[in-house]
Design a protein. Structure first.
Length: 426
């Protein structure tokens, strides 16, 4: 295959939290086509606006070679394609590869001899060559590893993290042939200052990605289970973890809700493949069950605390602070805050939700939730501080007390507040 050349145009397919930072970094060095089927997203980016807040101000202007389009014909100018579409799960926790399939069809329709397609979407080991490659062949009429080549380089973007940015995170790379692997690695080496790690195969790179978040998921499920146990024992979990953390090799995981497009999703891709080859993954699924149940647990604890204070639950009004899946990020994908909401509604509780980082239209269209822009003071029987955005924590000391009535309950899910400011902590 051809060696990597500076004049080759790169097309980034999918301009979300992963694709846009990648397109911007490549756009600082070469011609890049940023493609997305969302015409509104393309129009916003063309106007210099990034609703995900992942690209620092000025970086869109600095990417001189980057142009945006929602027209598939624009992709014809590229010879390197990087697919960064999401890979969600369905209602039954099964992998939903439809965005990946559609993206492969779009790229396959414009694929030319000598082109290379690189996938960054998180998948189970084997998906790139078993699912995507046949689509590329069928749509293009070309032969894999003869006419076109494929690579896989798992994304490692951490939404909302202003320290660990794309260039400063080591990039795992791989290719379908030794030459393809070398070209993929050289391409990323141009924008990744932290360096690259060339995996021995695409399947190894796919597996490496899916276990990164599976490992985190299991560690969080352990501390979540410990929090449940310590709560029954009347022991403060945060104090226990603080004491245990004085040992040099103790891992600093904290209990909480596990949502988002990675940690709460990726393990199901691995368990799906494991079950497909006849193995029942007990430990991974056990951790998933614990983490998926934490929203209901928080709601249950809140209701119990209110009843102990003599608050009439059926006539109560609660406020949830934060709807995004994690702090300092507007991303709503797979947020587990909705689990708390749904459980509270089962008790007949009236619930308001306030999150200044989240797009109100996104909350409305995705979950049918009408965000409250300015919650009234001293109007709530209970306040659940679910997502500790910095915009909340930077408020004056005791700020959270303005929302509750004289008789109310405050639940600090992530233990972000001083202990005396909350009745409950996970």
């Amino acid at each position: 295959m051809k060696d990597l050349r500076e004049h080759e145009t790169v097309a980034v397919v999918g301009l979300g939290y992963v694709g846009l930072p990648l397109a911007v970094e490549f756009g600082k060095q070469r011609d890049v086509i940023g493609f997305d089927i969302d015409t509104t997203r393309v129009a916003e980016l063309s106007a210099g606006q990034d609703r995900t807040r992942e690209v620092p101000e000025g970086d869109l202007d600095a990417a001189c070679g980057l142009r945006f389009s929602s027209d598939p014909k624009a992709l014809e100018d590229a010879s390197i394609y990087v697919v960064t579409v999401p890979t969600p799960i369905d209602a039954h926790n099964r992998p939903d590869l439809s965005p990946l399939i559609k993206a492969s069809e779009t790229v396959g329709a414009v694929l030319m001899p000598g082109d290379i397609v690189i996938y960054e979407s998180t998948v189970y080991p084997g998906a790139t060559e078993e699912v995507c490659v046949p689509i590329l062949e069928a749509m293009s009429g070309l032969s894999f590893n003869a006419d076109f080549f494929v690579g896989y380089s798992p994304e490692r973007i951490n939404p909302g993290d202003q320290v660990h940015r794309l260039p400063s995170i080591v990039k795992v790379t791989s290719g379908s042939t030794p030459d393809a692997a070398e070209k993929v690695d050289a391409l990323y080496a141009q924008i990744i200052t932290a360096g690259t790690h060339r995996a021995e195969s695409i399947r190894v790179a796919e597996a490496a990605k899916v276990i990164e978040n599976t490992q985190r998921d299991l560690n969080i499920s352990l501390v979540n289970e410990l929090a449940i146990i310590f709560n029954r024992l009347g022991i403060d979990t945060g104090a226990v973890l603080e004491a245990a953390g004085t040992k040099w090799n103790f891992l600093p995981f904290r209990p909480g809700l596990v949502g988002g497009h990675c940690i709460g999703v990726d393990p199901y891709y691995l368990t799906h493949k494991a079950e497909e080859v006849g193995y029942n993954p007990q430990v991974i699924l056990s951790g998933r069950r614990i983490n998926d149940g934490m929203g209901a647990y928080v709601a249950g604890q809140m209701i119990k605390a209110m009843m102990k204070k003599g608050i009439n639950v059926a006539k109560s009004r609660l406020l949830i602070l934060g709807l995004a899946f994690k702090e300092d990020c507007p991303d709503l994908r797979n947020t587990r805050v909705v689990d708390i909401l749904e459980e509270l509604l089962e008790y007949g509780v009236k619930v308001d939700i306030h999150d200044p980082l989240v797009d109100p239209e996104g909350a409305r269209s995705e979950y049918g939730i009408e965000l409250v822009p300015d919650p009234p003071a001293h109007a709530y029987d209970g306040v659940i501080f679910a997502v500790p955005h910095r915009v909340f924590l930077d408020r004056p000391v005791g700020w959270i007390g303005r929302y509750g009535k004289n008789l109310s309950v405050t639940y600090d899910v992530k233990s972000a507040l001083d202990r005396q400011l909350a009745d409950l902590r996970l």
